[in-house]
Each structure stands twice: as structure tokens, then as C-alpha cells.
Ligand binder design. Structure first.
Ligand SMILES: O=C(O)c1ccccc1N[C@@H]1O[C@H](COP(=O)(O)O)[C@@H](O)[C@H]1O
Length: 210
């Protein structure tokens, strides 16, 4: 299983997390987020990170042009669309050669049927908890609902993941198994600043299991 660490902003914290070599690191390009990268993220810093750490830009209801501009400037390997983006926009990005992760907000009434229109143009899906904010709500959804995941698409599990809940038997027994876990507010000292030691423990535990 792969690990994505999302929502860093501070250069030193980014370097420390990258040194742990997670599979993916996510950077939030959504201005209304507490984790918005703002002016502190330089393209040179991202370029200096290990190539094995794939860089994901997280966007919310952004135009295709703006996303493509950020992909180019920051050498992003993938984009995560975390708002109400259409299958058509995923197609545009896909046809421009960009790898796409489409995020879906899962609540009690979520229909996995609605993901099928996206299947063709996305490389991965991401299932997050439906909440007040587009993302970063720090709340876990009922993983039993994932039994409804019918598309043939690997998925990132997200929403309030912590060292604790990732060690629960409910996580071990989760089917279909996630391609990756996406951790964010559950590993933070404050918004945008990750707890490096806890991330180290998570990565060790995941690697131990193989
Ligand atoms: O973290 C944010 O502030 C954020 C804002 C807008 C869109 C996505 C955002 N983060 C994503 O939210 C999920 C879940 O985060 P959490 O574990 O519940 O804090 C994760 O995929 C982040 O990439």
C-alpha cells in the first residue's frame, strides 16, 4: 500500500517529510484552504525533492488552464480534483497528458454509480468524508460504504486518517483494499505543519506489512 502525505507549506517541513520518502506528497493550490501553499512554495524546492516522491497538486473548482499552468510551473506528477469538477474537465486534463485523481465526498447518500462517468479519464479515485469544507475536515466516514465502490479503479482512502485508526481491525478488514492512504490533518501540529515523527512511524508500519 502506498502513502500520500498532503498539505505541507513550510520549506523545512516539506524537506523533512520528503526525506521519509512517502510515495506521494500533496500541495494545496486552493486559496480558501488553511493549507494553501501561497507564496512560500517555490518550484525549485519541489524540483529538489527525491524523484521517487510523486508530487500532487490539489485543486478545487479551478479552470483547466490554471491547473495546466501550475502543473508546468511546479512539475507536478498528478493533479487531485477535490471539488465539483466534471468528467469533461477530467477528460481535458487527461488529453493534455496529466494524471488525474478525482476526489469524491462520501456521505450516507453517496452514490458510487456517479463515479462511473469519470472512470475513463481518471487514473485514480479518492474517497474523502463529506463535510463543511471541501477537504481537510479531519473526519472519518463509514468505511463499510466502500463496499459500493463498483468502478474498476484503484482508490486513495482519505478523511481523518490517524496512526490510531489506521491500526484498527476495521482498516485491516477493509474491502476493496485502498491503493493508498492519504494523510493530512491527523498528522499535524497545526494546519500545514506535519508531525514528522508520527509520519515516520506510519511509513515504517506500512513498509513492515509489505
Ligand atoms: O486540507 C485541506 O485544507 C483541503 C482543502 C481543500 C481540498 C482538499 C483538502 N485536503 C484534502 O482533504 C482530504 C482529507 O483530509 P483530512 O485527513 O480529513 O484532514 C485529503 O485528501 C487532503 O488531500
Amino acid at each position: 500500500m502506498k502513502v500520500k502525505v498532503c498539505g505541507m507549506r513550510e520549506p523545512e517541513n516539506i524537506r523533512q517529510v520528503a526525506a521519509l520518502q512517502p510515495d506521494f506528497m500533496g500541495f494545496i493550490f486552493y486559496k480558501d484552504s488553511k493549507r494553501f501553499v501561497g507564496e512560500t512554495l517555490s518550484p525549485e524546492l519541489l524540483a529538489s525533492l527525491p524523484a521517487s516522491v510523486r508530487k500532487i497538486g490539489v485543486f478545487v473548482n479551478e479552470s483547466t488552464e490554471e491547473i495546466l499552468e501550475k502543473v508546468k510551473t511546479y512539475h507536478l506528477n498528478l493533479v487531485q480534483l477535490h471539488g465539483h469538477e466534471s468528467p469533461r474537465q477530467c477528460q481535458e486534463l487527461h488529453e493534455a497528458g496529466v494524471k488525474v485523481i478525482k476526489a469524491f465526498s462520501v456521505g450516507d447518500n453517496f452514490s458510487f454509480q456517479s463515479t462511473l462517468l469519470y472512470e475513463r479519464y481518471c487514473d485514480y479515485f479518492l474517497f474523502d468524508t463529506k463535510g463543511k469544507q471541501y477537504g481537510g475536515n479531519g473526519v472519518v466516514f463509514d468505511w463499510e460504504l466502500l463496499k459500493g465502490h463498483i468502478a474498476d479503479k484503484p482508490y486513495f482512502l482519505s478523511g481523518g486518517l490517524t496512526l490510531e485508526n489506521l491500526q484498527q481491525k476495521e482498516f485491516e478488514e477493509l474491502r476493496p483494499k485502498p491503493f493508498a492512504v492519504d494523510v493530512n490533518s491527523g498528522f499535524e501540529q497545526e494546519p500545514g505543519l506535519k508531525k514528522v515523527e508520527e509520519l515516520k512511524q506510519l511509513l515504517e508500519a506500512v513498509r513492515e506489512k509489505g
